[in-house]
Design a protein around this ligand. Structure first.
Ligand code: ADP
Ligand code: RBF
Ligand code: MG
Length: 454
């Protein structure tokens, strides 16, 4: 019963997002069409100034024609013109905030007609993926920058084969998304450890708020405040070690927030010291490439200093992880307080052993473990520690002793639009974990000292 109610809720959330994307997409499309009709959006080659569409707001040369008139009405033509004059310098500053290096891979999310692209290229970067929900602006971008990889759709859905990025730009986007925390979390998940996520809005909060007052459906969200970003770091929405490097939100003036996405090793205290396990490392060290770096199991994981979780398997909420095909042995969180201080909510992996109990065979097997509150499902219940062992036991082992050595972090816990999406993502987690554990140096932890010797 509950599952069915949950499912219809999930479907409603998913279709709300789809409808919203359609609205934003057609809005930016027709704005770009209007610009092209007006002759403002002609040709344009490399080195051209961003085409004028008045001042930019969201993406200065993207399809924002009609937003522009709203904005001009809201803040006045004079100020709009002044902003336009300063725009290019602002965009250059946004890009500079990412500290780009020539070999970097960049995601430009909500790229519109590509106003940021010349600035990104000016840093010597050639590997750029541009994402937008509106086809027409993206077509214009592609015409002007044939070397940029374009993907049409919601950045939340960017397929894993596009990989992870050294920097992600999100210019004039957050005010258009339904859930900024979900959006930021998902972009952070695509940002490499130590990489930067730049959230900016040239026209600033005041403009975005004025626009929101006029068109709440096009501007459903407020730009996140510094405390809100900080809270996302503290509550584990963002990967451990993530920092707000820069935040600027003057009353009138451009909004810019720069996050450095954790975890990373340089300043973190000993116990959370981590290193990124890249696909290359995996290949050099073993055959991790077979698992984690393929598009199916795509994604990096971060290595952690080992954390030992040990406890008797208790009953969970019976909320159907077995029905999902992924049974999870729950460990009592109250006995793991110390370990959990080093494990913000998220998905981890390592080795597991049934160490004592009726059927304990002492084999050490791969596992993934979720520490979290299962936000995909309503109902709270606090943090649980759920271990899925990659083995078909063909039986239950409630009350038996499970030992785990956690060696890596995959991603923060997320709220999925449907159970199917959650299951799909867990399958991907399993592939990432399996690949990482096959390769040295993690393979050797199979004989870690905390396991019972057979
Ligand atoms: P609960 O809500 O009680 O945790 P689940 O549907 O998550 O129920 O099933 C978990 C139980 O399934 C575990 O406690 C364990 O006894 C059993 N189980 C069987 N195979 C596995 C496995 N491969 N990994 C984890 N638990 C398993
Ligand atoms: N639940 C979520 O709501 N969001 C997640 O991101 C999430 N990730 C998980 C990852 C793994 C590897 C596992 C085993 C579980 C995860 N869960 C997540 C928990 C899942 O919702 C839970 O197992 C079922 O609800 C049963 O309690
Ligand atoms: Mg369970």
């Amino acid at each position: 019963m509950e599952a069915r109610g949950q499912l219809s809720h999930d479907v409603a959330v998913a279709s709300a997002r789809e409808q919203h994307i359609e609205l934003i997409s057609s809005h930016f499309d027709s704005a770009m069409a209007a610009l092209l009709d007006a002759g403002a959006g002609g040709g344009g080659g490399p080195g051209d100034q961003p085409r004028g569409v008045g001042f930019g707001g969201p993406s200065p040369d993207s399809a924002i024609g009609s937003l522009l008139s709203e904005a001009e009405a809201a803040i006045g033509q004079g100020e709009a013109q002044q902003l336009k004059g300063e725009l290019d310098a602002m965009l250059a500053e946004f890009v500079a905030a990412a500290g780009l290096e020539p070999g970097n891979r960049i995601l430009d999310c909500g790229a519109g007609g590509g106003a940021l692209i010349p600035h990104i290229k000016a840093a010597g970067v050639t590997d750029i993926v541009a994402v937008d929900v509106a086809p027409l602006p993206l077509t214009v971008l592609k015409e002007r920058h044939d070397d940029v990889t374009c993907w049409l759709g919601d950045a939340l859905d960017l397929p894993p084969e596009y990989g992870d990025f050294d920097a992600v730009f999100c210019d004039g986007v957050l005010e258009h998304v339904l859930s900024p925390p979900d959006f930021i979390r998902s972009l952070a998940a695509r940002t490499k450890a130590g990489g930067r996520l730049v959230i900016c809005q040239a026209a600033g909060r005041a403009w975005a708020e004025a626009a929101r007052a006029q068109s709440p459906r096009l501007f459903p969200s407020e730009l996140p405040r510094e405390e809100e970003l900080q809270a996302l770091v503290e509550d584990g929405t963002l990967p451990p070690g993530t920092k707000v490097l820069e935040f600027s939100d003057p009353p009138p003036g451009p909004y810019v927030a720069v996050l450095q996405v954790g975890p990373f090793s340089d300043e973190a205290p000993e116990e959370v010291r981590v290193t990124l396990l890249t696909a290359e490392e995996g290949e050099a060290e073993g055959d991790r490439g077979a698992g984690a770096s393929t598009s199916e199991g795509g994604g990096d994981s971060w290595r952690l200093d080992p954390i030992v979780l040990q406890g008797r398997v208790v009953a969970g909420f019976g909320r159907g992880s077995r029905q999902m095909g992924i049974p999870t042995a729950n460990l009592p969180p109250e006995e793991l307080e110390e370990q959990l201080r080093r494990m913000p909510k998220g998905v981890y992996f390592g080795w597991a052993q049934l160490a004592a109990g009726e059927g304990a065979d002492l084999a050490v097997r791969k596992m993934v473990v979720n520490v979290g509150e299962r936000p995909t499902f309503a109902g709270g219940g606090g943090v649980t520690v759920e271990v899925h062992v990659m083995h078909d036991f063909g039986r239950d082992f409630y009350g038996e002793e499970l030992r785990c050595v956690v060696l890596g972090f995959i991603r923060p816990e997320m709220k999925f639009a449907s159970v199917e999406e959650l299951v799909g993502r867990i399958r991907e987690d399993i592939a990432i974990a399996s690949g990482a554990l096959d390769a040295e140096p993690l393979a050797e932890y199979k004989s870690h000292g905390s396991f019972v010797k057979p």
